[in-house]
Design a binder for this molecule. Sequence first.
Ligand code: NAD
Length: 303
Amino acid sequence: MAAAANSFRQPGLIPRGHIRFKSAGSLRSAAILLPEVTPMANPHVETERPLRPLSQRVALVTGASSGLGAHFARLLAADRFGTIVLAARRTDRLNAVAEECMRLRAGRVIVLPLDVADGDSIRDAFGTIAKGERRLDVLVNNAGIAEAGPAIDSTLEDFDRVMDVNLRGVWGCALEAARLMKTHGGGDIVNIASILGLRVANGVAAYAVSKAGVVQMTKALALEWARYGIRVNALAPGYIETEINDGFFRTEAGQKLIGRIPMRRTGQLADLDAPFRLLAHGASRYMTGAVLTVDGGHTVSSL
Ligand code: NAD
C-alpha cells in the first residue's frame, strides 16, 4: 500500500491536484483504499468547493443507535472523521456506539437526542450543531422504520407513522442540513433509501412508498442544491442482515427470499462500506442525484 501511495505522489503522474491514499482504518473487512481528493479549482464552476481533510469534517448520522446507522458511524470513526454527531431517540444506546467510535479513533463524538418524526426535535438538534460546530460536512439521513402487514388491514395512522419517520423526517433533516451547509460552501447528504423504493414486495406497501419518496427527493434536492455545492445521493440497500432481522433469514420464508437474489445471499453490513464511503467522503465529487443499489442483483432479478 505504501508503495502505491508513494507512486501516486511522484511529480508528473498527477499533473494537477493532489491525491493521497488512506487505509480503510480499523474496519478492515472492506479492505479498500480511499482516495482523498483535493479537487483542482475550476474557474468555470462556481459550485465546486475544496474538500476539507477528513479530520476537519463534521458528520451527522441519524438513527445511529443500531443497525446500519451504528455501522456508518463506526466507518466514519475508522476513517478518522474530525467530529461525528450520533443522533437518535435512545441516547443510552448512542453512548455505547460513541464509545466504540472513540476506540476506532474518531476525533470527537457528540451524542444528540433526535426524534426525526418531530419537527421541533429536528430544529433543536440542528440548532445545537450550528451553534457548537458551526458547520456540517456530511449528513447520513439513515433513521427509518419498517412496518409489515397487508395494506388493506392498515390504518391511516399506520401510514402516517411510517411517513413521519421515513419521508418527512428525512426531508426535515435534509433541509436543516442544507441551510447549514450552504453557509460554508456545501456538503454531502447521503439518504438511506432501499430497493423497496425502486421495486415492490408484499406486505410493505407504506414502507415502499416512503422509500420511493426518498429516491425522488434525492433527485429533486440534488437538482436544487448543486448551486450551493451540496451533493445529494442515495444508497439503496437490498436485504442487509442486522441483529434485528437475521432470525428471519433462517426461516423458510427467509430462505425463499434469498433464493430470489441473483447472488444467492443476503447483504452483510460490510457490503455497504465501499459504496457508503464513495458517497460520504466526497470522492464521488461529480455524482449528485444518484441512487446506488447494493443488493446482490436483487433489483435485476428475472421477471
Ligand atoms: P434499525 O431499526 O436497526 O435502525 C433504525 C434506526 O433509526 C435506529 O437507530 C432507530 O432508533 C432509528 N429511528 C427510528 N425512528 C426514529 C425516529 N423517529 N427518530 C430518530 N431515530 C429513529 O434498522 P436498520 O436496518 O439499521 O435501518 C436503517 C436504515 O436503513 C433505515 O432507513 C432502513 O429503512 C434502511 N434499510 C435497511 C435495510 C436492511 O436490510 N436492514 C435495507 C434497506 C434499507
